[in-house]
Structures are given as C-alpha cells and as structure tokens.
Design a protein around this ligand. Sequence first.
Ligand code: ADP
Ligand code: MG
Length: 616
Amino acid sequence: MSRIRLLSETVASQVAAGEVVERPASVVKELVENSIDAGAHKIDVLIRRGGISFMRVIDDGSGMDRDDALLSLERHATSKIRSAADLESVETLGFRGEALPSIASVSRFRLTTRQPDAVAGTEIVVNGGKIDVVRDGGEAPGTQVEVRSLFYNVPARRKFLRAENTESRNIEHQLHLQAIGHPQVAFTFARDDRLIFQLPVTATLADRIRDLFGSDLLNQLLPIQSGKSSATRISGLIGRAGLSRQTRSQQLVFVNGRAIESPLLTGAIREGYHTALMKGQYPVTFLFLEIDPGAVDVNVHPAKREVRFRDPNGVREAIVRALQETLAGGREDWREKFRGPVPEPEGTRAVVSQTSLGGSPPCDLPQFEREFGLRGERSIEARPQFPHPSEIAGQAQTASPARTLPGPVESADGAPALQTKRPPQQFQIIGILNKLYVLMENADGLVLVDQHAAHERILFEELRRRMEEQGVPSQKLLITQTFELSPRDSDWIEQNISVLQKMGIGIESFGPNTFKIDSLPGFLNVTDGAQFMRKVIDDLKSATDRSSPLRLGEEMIAKTVCRHAVKANDPLRYLEVEKLIQDLLDCELPYCCPHGRPTMIQISNAELEKKFGRKV
Ligand code: ADP
Ligand code: MG
C-alpha cells in the first residue's frame, strides 16, 4: 500500500505558514506590502498585545471584487506574476501568492474589501484555514484585514513567541522599514489603543526620517554622494562618521524598494565605514540600491528578506565607494561650524585661525617624528605650557581661568594671530580638562576634543598618505629571519606581498611555505620579525578577507598608530594643541579616530541655552 499521501490544502498552508509567518511582525509585513502593492495612499495599523491577540491593517488601495477576494485566499494565487519569466523582473513587493492563505490558516482571519466604484464590498471570515463566512460587506473603498489569536491552532508555534513587548517592537521596526521605504504613503500605528506614530504623506525621504525619528537624527545624516556605478545606483542618507548605534535597527538597506538583510550588505557597510565606526557599534544608514531586476533574485527566502545578486562583488564595491565618498564629503559639514566668527573674546584669549599657523610646530611627539621621519625635529622649548588644572584651581579666587591662559598667539613671522582677513577655520582654545580634553569655542558653541583620539586620526591619515604615495620607510632588522607558515597563511602572504612591501615589511618567498624577512616599518618597535608577521596575519587575515590591499595597509596602520599617539596624560604646549586641532580639521575624517571613537564633541549654544533653561 502506498504510504505517500497529498497533504490537505489547510495542512499545506500551515506548513508554508511556518516559513512566511514566523511572528506577528511577519503578518504585518505581508499585509502592509499587499496594501502598498494595491496602490494605497494611506495605511493604518493597529495591534493589541504584541499583535498576538489582534492585528488590523486598513488601506485605501484598489480593493478586490468577490471572486478575487476568494481567490486571494488560495495558495499560489497572485495577481502579480503570471509566468516564471515574470520572476526575472518582479516590481511588486509580493509575488508568491502565499501570504494571505498562510496567515488565514494559523489565525482567526477576517478580510473586508471594496473596489472604489463597486456598490458593495465583500467580507470573508476564515478560521484556521476554513472559510466560515462570505457575504456582502466592506464599508470604505480599500481593504481591511484583521488577524486575531495568531497561532491559536498551532501551539508549537505559539510557544516560540516572545514577550508582548518584544513582539510589539518587532512590529514597530517592520513598520519603520515600510515607512522609510515608502515616504509617499501615509502611515499610522496604534498599539493597545495608543497612537504610536502618525506619518503624513511626504515628498522626500528626509521628511519621512524627520517625522519618524526627529530632526536631531536628520541633522546628523549626509545625503549619499556618487552612485555613478552604472549597474548599481545608490541613493539615500547615511549617518556621518561617529554616529553609531548599539544595534542594527537603524541600519536599513532597500534593494529595489524592498528592505533586505544580508551579510553581503552588512559587510559592505562595515567596510565603507571602517575607520569611522567603533568596534561593536552599527552605523545609521537609509540606503537605497537600484539594480536591474534581472540582476537580483528576490525569490530566495519565503519572507523575501534576502536576495541573491548576480554580481555580488560589484554591488559590494559600489556600496563601499558610495559610503566612503559620502563620509569624506561630510567633513565639510563639520567644518562649516568652524567657519563662522567666534564671538568676540573677553580678556586675552586669542582667536586662532588656520592662516596664522604656517610655521607652527607639529603636535606629534618628537620621538615619533624621529622614528618615522615625518617632519624635522624642532625646538619647542620657548612656548608657553598650559597650566595644570590644579594651578587653575588655586588661582580661581583671584583670576578668571581665561586669564591664566597664554596671550595672543604669534605666527612664525611674528605677526599677531588676530586676523584682518576672515580665516577659513576659527576656534578659540579655552583650556585642557583632565589632561586629555581640549576645550574650545567655535561659532556654534563649545567643542571638546579628545587629544589622544585626535592625534591618532592625524597620524593615521598621514601614514596612509605616505603608504599610498611612496611607501613606508623600513628599517633593517639586525638579523634576517626565515620562518615557515601553514599553506593557507603562505597563500595569504603571497597574495599580499606587494602591499606588505609597501607597508615597509621586507618580506620575500624563500622556498615552499617559507619566507625571509629582513626589514620592518620604521615606526614599529619590534625585534622579532617572524613573530610580528604571525601576529599581523592573525590580525588582518579575517578582517581583510576579499578586501583591497589599501585596506590591509590601513588596518595595519590603525593597529599600530595608537601606540604612538599622544597619551591621555601627556601635557601639550599651547601651540602644540593649536596645531593638533588644525591638523585634525584638515583630516579627511576629522570627527573620529581610526577605531571610530569620536575625536570631537560639539555642544551647541542652543543646547547650552536649553540646559540652562534660557530657552525651551
Ligand atoms: P502576493 O502578494 O504574493 O500576490 P498574497 O497572498 O499576499 O500574495 O495576496 C494574494 C493576492 O491578493 C494579491 O496578489 C493581490 O491580488 C490580492 N490582495 C492581497 N491583499 C490585497 C490588498 N490589501 N488590496 C488589494 N488586493 C490585495
Ligand atoms: Mg502579498
């Protein structure tokens, strides 16, 4: 006797539902996508108890006639594609014809729908996949779907639901995705009868972001520049360097209008931000990729969350380039804050301007300079030193702290620094806090600079520039060393040997899986070359999988630079601090160190006024 039997429609739907409907948020996703596909201008979502007890999505879209409404509940019934060939160029969010029957098979489901010019609409009630009621109904044109008691008939699934709060948050995140992806659609979201957000139709992504997340976030975003790559067009807004989040909840990527999660995209974003992001933190991105539909396969995942790209490397590179160009362009934004005039100083503080600093000494530690030969040695004896905070404290009764600071700065030719011509960047150093933070004033208010992080950034960019231009000077080892590596590590070295040499590592192949090393970068303080190489391989192999040679060099510099940068407690002289700030402002990514920690924090005058209750 045959043991194979066809599953009943209901059971088959429940099996499919396991993939499409993982949790309440997946129901909301599918329903909202259907509304958008139906041309809705307004979508209202209401949930109760994390969506587990109740979810309702109302739209003002095309609606369905009775036949279509009934058909929509059949498996693989869709109005969106007709043939396998159509899968090549899907332009709607749905196409699998699985969502409605899947949802209806695991809940108490009610659909009412009416086409705009129809006299009557249709109401259908389905319980656990069984159609119980079909009758005339449906008030306003459009479609309304209600889903009650999700998974009431599939206890195994119900057990996997999380706390109501978590499920609610998932739903809200899902709605964020839809709202960001479709600014031209109005959304409202109510949770347990409380209105959570109400988003009007907007013309632009920026307006939608402001409505959803506030203008504070919007002000920290940069519009994507570039998108010149022909195959992948990229637009959207991304967080400037240094803006980061603990989770990926604001790292959004849309591919042809669909929110997509993929290791490829996440990896590309991380790469694009590399030195602009702290370890373990995530950037804020609202990225929109447009790719020829034939070059993306959206039919990979039942919930359509993933895609397959025909040219993954091309996509990856386009993203990396767009992010890097945008972030580098973003520094202008920041510099803007240093352009306006600083309010007239009281007392004797100097307004320091870039043009006055032509002959100032570098901030770099002299020892570092000697090692690396970045600049000639210069005497810095004669310059005033910042008073230690304790000294300031001691004088606080008699003199204002500002007065204990040095007088007007003189430039190399002896002319006073106070400029007649409007300098491009203006700030005023107030003092040093905790032997680490430089306090300054600019047109926008108060700025705090972490001198160590700032110095790291400056050294990093300097070294990188040198590496690109002429290669890093190397220093001969006292003894040439040979060492053996595993075949995999040898391969890695072979592939990267020219970069390593540019980095100042004198390494050559010396027989199978064996290498000879006779010099190392001058700025390193290493004696055992072989041991150093093993560590470099460990550190960099994983980080630079598939990435560019330049990136390998950058990683290495970032890892070594820290040890040479000004330490927290190193007292700097006034001119050194000045130079440090100027050098920092000249960097490509001035606002964070190579490890992504911020170098400067701006506290605007407006913020101060708010804090002191001068303004509401
Ligand atoms: P898919 O979206 O993959 O086509 P669904 O099961 O989600 O599959 O929906 C089946 C069909 O029902 C859709 O193709 C569409 O024609 C119709 N439909 C679903 N929801 C709506 C809606 N809100 N407004 C109008 N038509 C809808
Ligand atoms: Mg659908």
